[in-house]
Design a protein around this ligand. Structure first.
Ligand SMILES: Cc1cc2nc3c(=O)[nH]c(=O)nc-3n(C[C@H](O)[C@H](O)[C@H](O)COP(=O)(O)O)c2cc1C
Length: 368
């Protein structure tokens, strides 16, 4: 069905009005994927301290919400953490760099949660090399509670337009230990353009767009069945799905008006960015990537504590041939020679974002 861009945008704008009416509000509420969001409510409700910490760790940010972690709980004080290679993203993350960063976020969030219960976690990374577990963790008494714990339930990756106002000086100071914060306008403008161009490359390259489309969950039923990937939900979008205007086929067709409008809306959001956060490392081994993930998680929680939103925009950092020119440009702009930019994110004051789905802890335990 061909509809003009203006028509689609007015439809999308109309969704807000529609949602204000009683019937539509009821419909919107009935579309909430309650089971997929339950792990956020379950966090902390386990008696085994390892499970209690893990129930927070599974709420960590991770690429395409793949939740690639798998855990074993041998004995009384040990957690073995694996990365589930079935969750790989071969087109957009061919070297599994971003997935490894996600594992770093998971480990950091786990340690923060354990500390709240007075546990110190002794972590051995890659004890059998890259082919084996990512980490073996031993829970020991003597942990000092980490204040960032309080931010875990509110942390988000906020993928919306941000307000046109600068990041406060206090926040800049608090974030400085974790990332380079860029807020000078010429470089911000350059990065807006770069991130938008890189997103367009990803969306217009059939195999990389295809990887995202495969992971899209269209509407409540699909999200509840597979509480990972890219959740597309809400009364208005589900209305478009019911009308047959939003589905895998329409998203895969670069000439489709709904897909084009969707991409333009994403690009407009990326434009609305007052600052960026950048994490680079001098090496690019697995341990460097884990360390980058740990820093990103602390950055995200610290930003939350300051009322700030953060949104990774990773496209220009991805290692596939169609992206090579943008990758080089990102590194020329943001890194010293030899460094790898591990994370690039938008930073600013955004709207309150909703929780994203998670598999329950039990589904990510090997012996659960
Ligand atoms: C290494 C890494 C790369 C990511 N890259 C992107 C990205 O390019 N675009 C995006 O919208 N989100 C990106 N994200 C955010 C994830 O989509 C997000 O963490 C996941 O959907 C869970 O949502 P939450 O962080 O709000 O809990 C990335 C996250 C990580 C850890």
């Amino acid at each position: 069905m061909a509809i003009s861009r203006r028509k689609t945008l007015s439809l999308i704008g109309g969704g807000t009005i529609l949602a204000a009416s009683g019937a539509a509000t009821g419909f919107a509420l009935s579309r909430r994927p309650g089971t997929a969001l339950r792990p956020w409510e379950m966090a902390g409700s386990y008696s085994d301290p390892r499970k209690r910490a893990l129930s927070y760790a599974i709420l960590a940010p991770n690429p395409h919400n793949r939740q690639p972690w798998l855990v074993d709980l041998p004995g009384g004080d040990t957690v073995i953490v694996y990365r589930d290679h079935a969750k790989n993203l071969p087109h957009t993350d061919p070297f599994e760099r971003q997935l490894t960063i996600g594992m770093g976020c998971f480990l950091e969030q786990l340690e923060i949660a354990a500390s709240r219960d007075g546990y110190r976690v002794e972590t051995t990374l890659f004890p059998e090399g890259e082919a084996g577990p990512v980490a073996v963790l031993r829970f020991q008494k003597g942990g000092v509670p980490d204040g960032l714990f309080e931010q875990i339930p509110s942390r988000r990756s906020t993928k919306e337009a941000y307000e046109d106002r600068p990041v406060g000086a206090d926040a800049l100071r608090a974030l400085a230990p974790f990332a380079r914060i860029i807020h000078d306008l010429p470089l911000v403008k350059t990065l807006r353009r770069l991130t938008k161009e890189a997103l367009a490359v990803e969306m217009l390259t059939p195999r990389t767009m295809g990887e995202s489309i495969d992971l899209m969950r269209f509407g409540k039923a699909e999200i509840e069945r597979n509480p990972d990937g890219i959740a597309i939900s809400g009364a208005f979008l589900e209305g478009l799905m019911l009308a047959g205007m939003l589905n895998r086929e329409s998203m895969a067709d670069p000439d489709n008006q709904v897909a084009q409008s969707g991409m333009e809306m994403l690009l407009d959001k990326l434009e609305a960015t007052p600052a960026y956060a950048v994490i680079s490392t001098s090496g690019n081994g697995r341990e460097d990537q884990i360390a980058a993930g740990r820093r990103w998680l602390r950055l995200n929680l610290t930003a939350t504590a300051h009322g700030l939103s953060l949104h990774p925009v990773s496209q220009a950092l991805q290692e596939y041939p169609e992206m090579a020119a943008h990758y080089q440009r990102a590194h020329k702009l943001l890194a010293k020679p030899g460094e790898t930019v591990q994370m690039l994110g938008r930073l600013g004051y955004g709207p309150k974002a909703g929780r994203t789905p998670r598999w329950p802890l039990e589904a990510r335990m090997r012996n659960g």
